[in-house]
Design a protein around this ligand. Structure first.
Ligand code: MN3
Length: 388
C-alpha cells in the first residue's frame, strides 16, 4: 500500500489539528509532508516536532525569523518557508499526493488553484474557495482531472449518499443546519448578543470565524453555494432544513422519491478521514450516534427573516458573476468587526446587503476580477462598519 503524502494548509486550525489526529491513527497510510499556518508559530513548531514534515511554512512573512529560531531549537531539519508565494509553490511539490485545504477565508483561494493545476487530490475544507470562485475551481478541476473531495460534514454526507448513484439524477439536496446558538432567539434578543454568546456553538467545536458564520447562518448560505458547485445542482434544488441535533449530516432525494442520508455523531474527524481514505472506510473509534438515547430527530424550515444571510447567499447565486465573491468579502469584514466588538450581530447582514448593492457587478469575472472585487468589497464594507 502506497503511503499518501499530505500537505495541510491551516494545520494549526480546527480542521488542521483534527486532520493530524486522523494521520496519527493511521501512520501506515498517511504521512505529513508539509504544514502551513497563518501566524501560529508555537503550534507549528510543536507539530513539526511531532510529525517531521519536509516543509514548514508560515503565511505571515514577518514571523519567518521567529519560526526559524523555534524550529532550530527543536532540531528540525527540513525546509522553512514563508509568504503566500511560498504556499502556492509548496502545494505543487512533486511528492505531495493530497492537499488538505483548511485555511480560513479568501486566503485559501490561490493555493487551492495552484494545487488543482498541479493535479493534487484536494480535500476541501475551505468553503470560501468555492463561494468566491466556484466556476473557475470547477473548470480547472475538470481540465486537470483533479478530484475534489469535500471535508465539510454536510457535503461529505451528500457525497457519501451519492456513492454508487453516478448515473442517477438528483431531484433535491437536503442540506441540514444546526440552527446555531440563536435558533430560538427573537430579533430583539439577537440585537444584543455578543461574540462570546455566538462562540458557544451547541454541537460543533470549530474555529472562531466559522462559529460566528454558523450563528448568523451565513455558513449555511455558503454551504448552499458550495453544494451547487460540488454536485452541479442549481441552488433552487437545494433545501436547507434546520435540524438541531446535528445527527443527519445531509441527504439527497432522487427522482423516484428515495432519500439517502448519512448520519452520525457530530465529529469532523469522520468526514476528514473519509476524504483521505475514499472510497475505503477505515475503522475508527470516533463517538457513535446513539439513536435510542437521542429518541427524536426534528426538522424545521429556516426563518429567513431572523437569518437574512441565508437569503443573501441565494440572492448572490441568482445574480451570479462576482456577487458571491462580494458576499464573501463583505462577510469576512463584518464577521471580524463583530468579533472585535465594532459592530452588532444584526448589523452584519446590513453591511453585507449594502455592500452587494454598491459593489460593481461583473457578469463573467476572471481570476483578476475576483481579486479586484474582493478588495473593493472589503473597502466598501469597512467604510460601513465605520459608519460612513
Ligand atoms: Mn458544515
Amino acid at each position: 500500500m502506497k503511503v499518501k503524502k499530505l500537505a495541510i494548509l491551516g494545520s494549526t486550525g480546527s480542521i488542521g489539528t483534527q486532520t493530524l489526529d486522523v494521520v496519527r491513527r493511521h501512520p501506515d497510510r498517511y504521512e505529513v509532508y508539509a504544514i502551513c499556518a497563518h501566524r501560529s508559530v508555537d503550534k507549528l513548531t510543536e507539530q513539526a516536532r511531532a510529525f517531521h514534515p519536509e516543509v514548514v511554512c508560515i503565511a505571515d512573512e514577518s514571523l519567518y525569523d521567529e519560526l526559524s529560531r523555534q524550529l532550530s531549537a527543536v532540531n528540525y531539519q527540513g525546509k522553512v518557508w514563508a509568504g503566500t508565494d511560498a504556499i502556492a509553490e509548496m502545494v505543487t511539490m512533486p511528492s505531495i499526493d493530497v492537499v488538505v485545504a483548511a485555511m480560513v477565508g479568501y486566503a485559501g483561494l490561490r493555493p487551492t488553484i495552484e494545487a488543482i493545476k498541479a493535479s493534487k487530490t484536494i480535500a476541501l475544507a475551505n468553503k470560501e474557495t468555492l463561494v468566491v470562485a466556484g466556476e473557475i475551481i470547477c473548470r480547472l478541476a475538470m481540465e486537470h482531472h483533479t478530484p475534489i473531495l469535500p471535508v465539510d460534514s454536510e457535503h461529505s454526507a451528500i457525497f457519501q449518499s451519492l456513492v454508487g448513484e453516478d448515473k442517477n439524477e438528483i431531484e433535491k439536496i437536503l442540506l441540514t443546519a444546526s440552527g446555531g446558538p440563536f435558533r430560538t432567539f427573537t430579533l430583539e434578543q439577537m440585537a444584543n448578543v455578543t461574540a462570546a454568546d455566538a462562540l458557544k456553538h451547541p454541537n460543533w467545536d470549530m474555529g472562531a470565524k466559522i462559529t460566528i458564520d454558523s450563528a448568523s447562518m451565513m455558513n449555511k448560505g455558503f454551504e448552499v453555494i458550495e453544494a451547487k458547485w460540488l454536485f452541479g445542482v442549481p441552488v433552487e434544488k437545494i433545501q436547507v432544513l434546520v435540524h438541531p441535533q446535528s445527527i443527519v449530516h445531509s441527504a439527497v432525494q432522487f427522482t423516484d422519491g428515495a432519500i439517502k442520508a448519512q448520519l452520525g455523531a457530530p465529529d469532523m474527524r469522520l468526514p476528514i478521514q473519509y476524504a483521505l481514505s475514499f472510497p475505503e472506510r477505515l475503522a475508527a473509534d470516533f463517538p457513535r450516534a446513539d439513536l435510542f438515547a437521542l429518541g427524536n430527530l426534528t426538522f424545521e424550515e429556516p426563518d429567513m427573516k431572523r437569518f437574512p444571510n441565508l437569503g443573501l447567499a441565494y440572492e448572490a447565486m441568482r445574480r451570479g458573476g462576482n456577487m458571491p465573491c462580494v458576499l464573501n468579502a463583505a462577510n469576512e469584514v463584518a464577521n471580524l468587526a463583530f468579533r472585535e466588538g465594532r459592530c452588532g450581530f444584526l448589523q452584519m447582514s446590513k453591511i453585507i446587503s449594502d455592500t452587494m448593492a454598491k459593489a460593481p457587478f461583473i457578469a463573467q469575472p476572471t481570476y483578476e476580477d475576483y481579486v479586484a472585487s474582493d478588495a473593493e468589497a472589503r473597502r466598501i464594507a469597512e467604510r460601513m462598519v465605520n459608519g460612513k
